[in-house]
Design a binder for this molecule. Structure first.
Ligand code: HAM
Length: 424
């Protein structure tokens, strides 16, 4: 046996229904909010993420599946979608091509992280991005879409946290204040923090090392160092969230682990996920389109981890159990007619199955049970000689004879009715 690669997963029947529900809910919501789907390649030039995600991030420094391809080009499996979405927006001049540059994508991402619950090496994201709209209303819309997704999935006890990390004008002053406040304490922090202090002091707030926390708790907050335009922008975002009654909480520690963020950052945290508690995260990135060779356009978005959404679903999530019909054949004569009926049902657009190896009726009924069939159609014996088949409701056990010629419409009717014994 050659096992799957560590940190990757097969999504099997039984689980895949949850995935489909999450994906369909996400797609339906994105379309309702006016976002258009984009599908970009899984493989990109390494440079796109070095420049986009940022040289000082853990992702670029330690986690990329990057290699030299047979043509000598440095390429990587994408660790996140945002730089790819920016590339596609710039490369295809989507600003001109689309009525609004509001985009979403769903697909796998790759990071060489230490796997644990909610953290994998191949994982999947719903990624949402808006380009070229600077108004705080778009920050609020994107946050509202994220919140609506978690609500539509009925994920309990989700918490919305927000922050503002300022812009190129006010960030340097905040960095100065951070370093000044650290002063004598800097050498006491962990090696990662020492590195952060030199490259991107804001990121010290990302530190999870227990011993560092008392020092970090005393540090100044980004929101107190915002320049006037950033402060006004953030106030307007909060006011709109309040107007829509979204329950946000300000978190000074929410600086996010990627280099491109400016102004608004946000996450939605789940309560059932353990250490990896961010269901989704995002924010504004006003310089990124330009950094990646595009026009001077603002950007904002978020990405949700589909694995984490699936893990956080409530037990009673309304996952569709696809209505099913099962055809049972009695004897050889019954089998030929049953196969004919099976095909008729499928042609009529109904989900129908049958035991394809000839077996006894008991074994066939057992299989129908395992497949959670709602109706079985028993074909053979005296009924067939009379031009009839038997329809059995698997929920109630009720049986009745139906003319063979009306079998398809009778099954359709039975499947359309309320499901018996499912509490609905
Ligand atoms: P991120 O915070 O790196 O942001 O990832 C977003 C979400 O992806 C996380 O909240 C989590 O749910 C999921 N995720 C990340 N890494 C893993 C992993 N190893 N295993 C499972 N799930 C994971 C971004 O990726 C940004 N591109 C978000 C964004 C879009 N910002 C603006 N636009």
């Amino acid at each position: 046996m050659i096992p799957a690669i560590r940190g990757t997963h097969d999504i099997l029947p039984g689980e895949v229904e949850k995935w489909r529900w999450v994906e369909r809910t996400a797609q339906a919501l994105c379309e309702r909010y006016g976002y258009a789907e984009v599908r970009t390649p899984i493989i990109e030039r390494e440079e796109l993420f070095a420049k986009g995600t940022g040289e000082t991030t853990d992702i670029v420094q330690k986690e990329m599946y990057a290699f030299t391809d047979k043509g000598g080009e440095r390429v990587t499996l994408r660790p996140e979608a945002t730089p790819s979405m920016v590339r596609a927006y710039v490369e295809h001049n989507l600003e001109q091509a689309l009525p609004a540059a509001k985009l979403y994508a769903i697909g796998p991402m790759f990071r060489y992280e230490r796997p644990q619950k909610g953290r994998y090496r191949q994982f999947h994201q719903l990624d949402v991005e808006v380009f070229g709209i600077n108004d705080p209303a778009v920050d609020a819309e994107v946050i509202d879409l994220a919140w609506a997704l978690v609500a539509a999935l009925r994920i309990p006890q989700a918490e919305l946290v927000i922050n503002s990390v300022g812009c190129a004008t006010c960030r340097p002053k905040f960095h100065e204040a951070l370093l000044a406040a650290l002063g004598q304490d800097l050498p006491k922090l962990c090696a990662d923090c020492q590195r952060r202090a030199a490259t991107n002091p804001l990121r010290i707030y990302d530190c999870k090392v227990e011993a560092d926390q008392p020092i970090i708790d005393r540090l100044p907050h980004a929101v107190d160092y915002l320049c006037e335009p950033c402060a006004t922008h953030f106030a307007a975002v909060r006011a709109q969230l309040d107007a829509w009654a979204l329950p946000w909480r300000l978190s000074h520690r929410l600086v996010r682990g990627l280099d491109y963020y400016t102004r608004t950052t946000f996450e939605i945290l789940g309560q059932t996920l353990g250490a990896q508690n961010a269901l989704l995260g995002g924010g504004r990135y006003d310089g990124l389109v330009r950094t990646l060779g595009g026009p001077d356009r603002t950007g904002i978005g978020f990405a949700a981890g589909l694995e984490r959404l699936v893990l956080a679903l409530p037990d009673d999530a309304p996952i569709e159990a696809g209505a099913r019909a099962f055809v049972v054949a009695i004897g050889e004569e019954g089998r030929g007619e049953a196969l004919t009926l099976l095909r008729e049902l499928r042609e009529a657009g109904l989900a129908a199955q049958m035991e394809l190896e000839a077996r006894g009726v008991r074994a066939q009924m057992k299989r129908a049970d395992r497949l959670a069939a709602r109706v079985t159609i028993i074909v053979g014996g005296d009924e067939l000689a009379r031009g009839e088949v038997t329809l059995r409701d698997m929920g109630t056990g009720d049986q009745r004879a139906v003319p063979r010629a009306e079998a398809v419409s009778a099954v359709r009717e039975a499947l359309a009715g309320p499901m018996v014994g499912a509490g609905s």
